[in-house]
Design a protein around this ligand. Structure first.
Ligand SMILES: *Cc1c(COP(=O)(O)O)cnc(C)c1O
Length: 405
């Protein structure tokens, strides 16, 4: 996608708008599958929560991926996108037994991450194959909000509870067909990942009739030039070899599963906003844009850094700006960033806006959620309309009568 493509999209669909580059999603998918071409049975399940637009799900499914879901609604979106339930994995955390049963009934592979529900589910449905999510207690990544493998994490069944897990399996007669881990986002160190993988292999030995091992996700993507990212090719060659060895000793063919979100869609996304006001104060220059953390919460929520380019004046002299939103509380996208000189009305493009951006957007301050556009085969395709005032009123019920004396 060129700057001109993006400017045309902003012109046609207005701002703010999310734009996703289908070619980038495809090349990331290719990179991942190439890295693991040494494994006979590889399955990539796209983590829907990263970006759950129907057209995106369809596109990624067409590439050959299944889906990883965390709510029954995501499962239903996947089915609405044309994905067969047998290609969907349900990996929730702390959901009710009712929800798990409803999803299992749809023919979706379920993944259980606590012993209480495992015991209840196994007692009631001993014939339904279940995957279990273990917590290897391996720390991945630097951000505690997105590291889920540590000892205090609410995710997964602790590896120290394997004996208890085995007792439940034995007592209920249930069939465990997969072992899963997801150590969290932003894996920097391949050795840490491989260490967690060894724990998964060790755990897997306890189960006689597995079909797959699911290594989760958490691959780190670059947010700015020179950023460290997971070396997927190196991970692919090392883990493939270990996986093949394990498979041999296990004595049964297994499928290796990954469930990337960010890796597939983060870099494909751009978020376009326009600058409403340039405000010079005694200490800084603010560029105030027609959006806020209601549309892109990651900088305020996780402190994440998104590159920002002035695509209306890309060759302009660089100056320092604080880019802020219009939400009526602290709403900072970036401070003291070098950006090509900005004039009011310019279009700024945020990078890495594919994952956890639109999917976390809200109507705070009663703003509309933005439109979404998929750039595919050289053409812009609108895949979600901008909301309208009717959307804000929808589901609201006005007071029946006012209580005036
Ligand atoms: C969120 C999530 C993922 C995707 O993580 P990324 O860092 O976006 O790749 C994968 N698996 C599970 C269980 C998740 O909750």
């Amino acid at each position: 996608m060129t700057h001109q493509n993006l400017l045309d999209i902003a012109q046609e669909y207005g701002s703010p708008v999310y734009v996703y580059d289908a070619a980038k999603i495809e090349s990331q998918y290719q990179r991942l599958t190439d890295a693991f071409k040494g494994v006979d049975h590889l399955r990539v399940n796209y983590a829907v929560k990263a970006l759950s637009n129907l057209a995106v799900l369809q596109f990624i499914h067409d590439l050959g991926a299944g889906l990883d879901t965390v709510s029954i609604q995501e499962v239903r979106l996947g089915i609405a996108a044309g994905v067969d339930p047998s290609q969907i994995m349900f990996t929730p955390n702390g959901v009710s037994l009712d929800e798990l049963e409803a999803v299992a009934k749809m023919g979706v592979q379920i993944n259980i991450d606590n012993l209480s529900i495992l015991e209840q589910f196994g007692t009631r449905h001993p014939k339904t194959p279940v995957c279990v999510r273990i917590n290897p207690h391996v720390m991945a990544g630097g951000n505690t909000n997105i590291s889920v493998g540590h000892i205090d994490s609410k995710f997964g069944i602790s590896i120290h509870q394997i004996p208890h897990l085995l007792r439940i399996v034995e007592n209920t007669g249930m069939h465990i067909n997969g072992i899963h881990m997801h150590t969290g986002s932003d894996i920097l160190d391949i050795d840490v990942f491989l260490h967690a993988a060894e724990i998964l292999f060790d755990t897997a030995k306890n189960f006689k009739n597995l079909d797959f091992l699911d290594f989760g996700s958490g691959f780190k993507v670059p947010y700015k030039p020179g950023d460290i990212e997971t070396h997927i090719e190196e991970l692919g060659s090392k883990l493939s070899e270990r996986f093949n060895d394990f498979q041999k000793s296990y004595g049964k063919e297994l499928t290796l599963v990954f469930e990337p979100g960010k890796f597939l869609v983060s870099e494909a996304g751009k978020f376009l906003v326009s600058v409403n006001v340039i405000k010079q104060t005694t200490s800084t220059v603010f560029a105030q844009v027609d959006s806020g953390f209601n549309h892109l919460i990651r900088p305020m929520f996780y402190g994440s850094r998104h590159e920002i380019k002035n695509i209306s004046n890309p060759e302009g002299r660089e100056r320092f700006y604080s880019v802020v939103g219009y939400i009526c509380e602290t709403d900072t996208f970036a401070t003291n960033r070098r950006i090509a000189e900005i004039a009011e009305g310019d279009i700024l493009a945020f990078s890495n806006a594919g994952a956890y951006c639109f999917s976390m957007a809200s109507n705070y301050n009663s703003r509309y959620r933005p439109a979404e556009v998929l750039f595919i085969d050289g053409e812009a395709q609108l895949i979600r309309e901008r909301e309208t005032f009717d959307d804000l009123l929808k589901h609201q019920i006005p007071l029946k009568k006012t209580v005036k004396a």
